[in-house]
Design a protein around this ligand. Structure first.
Ligand code: FES
Length: 60
């Protein structure tokens, strides 16, 4: 889903996303954004990160 560019923020994003998907199976875009808050990405516009979390949710 092109959720990363340099990958610097990716470990934190992945850890937050895993925690979110353990607690909520089908989160909304806003819930994903709220959950990932505090993980700062200097490369992307967050849109693709949210899309990647939604894709992961659909496959889990
Ligand atoms: S992908 Fe570079 S900081 Fe997020």
């Amino acid at each position: 889903m092109h959720g990363l560019q340099c990958g610097f923020c990716t470990p934190g994003m992945v850890m937050s996303a895993v925690d979110l998907l353990k607690n909520k199976k089908n989160p909304s875009d806003q819930e994903i954004r709220d959950w990932l808050e505090g993980n700062i990405c200097r490369c992307t516009g967050y849109h693709n990160i949210v899309a990647a979390v939604k894709e992961a949710a659909s496959k889990m």
